[in-house]
Design a protein around this ligand. Structure first.
Ligand code: COA
Length: 371
């Protein structure tokens, strides 16, 4: 049997309209534009409106990615949503997205590896295409971190933003797409970046809310030191695993947490900064969404073209870190252009009918009766 490859054939992003600038933050906490820019490179971030959520942003990014790939949602076999700010603990945000876009054949689940989540999800989906025989996968990174940030804590609230990005992965016998993946974890550093409340250790109660356990807690300096070390190692490992060297790489798309971390990693790799994608200045740290959002903008700016070798590399809570090496291919050639956006209405109708059917079955068989 000839080897199968997992190509990235679609990409899309969705960010809220509302911008929160450093000047806005100066009015909320004791900080300054100068401090934030010099320490992080961030100038503004996007904040979800009341009617936006992790699932709605994810579905929006997904529809754009399906549009680029020219793929019908019903042809998806798999949806992975990587997020640290899910719609609920359960059901999985991926299932809500599956319903919203009408991906009737897809298995859907969430993956939690914090800011490294998109890398882990990408590697997982690619391997399922290569070895498990699935054909089409949707990988989404989506966050509404503004909902879990303590807006009174200047150590964290200046860093994060909301947004979503998505890739469509498709199987092909043609070489290209995702080649190697590195996935690592070190739970001994779990306390350095955490959201302690709302789980089984500290279930939500008045006391947990009073103690602020439902917010992000972070040891910034320790996370900084960890990040600069692992970004370099993971990139080198992913590149070496494909028998390539850094000279073969046209673009690195790193997790957008902090400009200084990215610059330190590039220095460690002896890699020129003009071949590293940065947009942290405009979105802040959007966690799992940052790599696909940066990818969409790199393509828009003509910095990533078919045939280019690129490395996606990230780090985050867990601690987790990882990298993915891909040869960029772009959408498969198509005969007829689909309009996946139209299928959203159909999906909504299908969802209403499914709820109605369940309601009617309840009336007929009796609600609450199991036999
Ligand atoms: N405005 C002004 N001062 C601030 C501030 C803010 N928003 N946030 C913290 N400070 C203060 C602190 O209170 C502290 O003051 P102190 O020394 O009197 O106690 C001081 O600034 C901290 O300075 P320092 O530790 O030198 O800052 P830094 O250069 O390490 O930068 C971070 C802080 C958070 C920007 C940096 O450590 C970082 O980016 N870490 C990684 C965080 C990250 O990426 N997390 C997400 C991972 S996915």
């Amino acid at each position: 049997m000839s080897p199968r490859y997992a190509h990235i054939t679609g990409w899309g992003m969705a960010v809220p309209e509302k911008r929160l600038t450093n000047e806005d933050l100066e009015k909320m906490v004791d900080t300054s534009d100068e401090w934030i820019v010099s320490r992080t490179g961030i100038r503004e971030r996007r904040i979800a409106s009341a009617d936006q959520s992790t699932a709605t942003l994810a579905a929006e990014a997904a529809m754009r990615a399906l549009g680029v790939a020219n793929l019908h949602p019903a042809d998806l076999d798999l949806i992975i949503v990587s997020t640290s700010s899910p719609e609920h603990i359960f059901p999985a945000t991926a299932c809500l997205v599956q319903d919203q876009i009408g991906a009737v054949k897809a298995g859907a689940f969430d993956l939690l590896a914090a800011c490294t989540g998109f890398i882990f999800a990408l590697n997982l989906a690619a391997n399922m295409i290569k070895t498990d025989g699935i054909s089409n996968a949707l990988v989404i990174g989506s966050e509404t971190l503004s909902r879990i940030v303590n807006w009174k804590d200047r150590n964290t609230c200046i860093l994060f933003g909301d947004g979503a990005g998505a890739f469509v992965l498709q199987a092909s016998d043609e070489p290209g797409g995702i080649y190697t993946g590195v996935m690592r974890s070190d739970g001994s550093g779990g306390d350095l970046l955490s959201l302690p409340g709302g789980g089984s250790k500290y279930p939500t109660c008045l006391q947990s809310v009073y103690d602020g356990l439902h917010y992000i807690h972070m040891n910034g300096r320790e996370v900084f030191r960890f990040a600069t070390r692992v970004m370099t190692d993971a990139t080198q490992e992913a590149v070496a695993a494909a028998n390539l060297t850094m000279d073969d790489i046209q673009l690195i798309i790193p997790h957008q947490a902090n400009r200084r971390i990215i610059e330190a990693a590039a220095r460690g790799l002896d890699f020129p900064m003009d071949k590293v994608m940065i947009n942290v200045d405009r979105y802040g740290n959007t966690s799992t969404a940052s790599i696909p959002i940066a990818t969409c903008e790199a393509i828009e700016q003509g910095r990533l073209k078919a045939g280019d070798w690129t490395v996606f590399v990230g780090f985050g809570a867990g601690l987790t870190w990882g990298a993915t090496l891909a040869r960029w291919s772009g959408p498969f050639p198509v005969r007829r252009k689909l309009k996946p956006r139209r299928y959203r209405w159909l999906a909504r109708l299908r969802s209403i009918l499914a709820r109605l059917r369940r309601h009617l079955e309840g009336l007929i068989w009796g609600r609450g009766k199991t036999a």
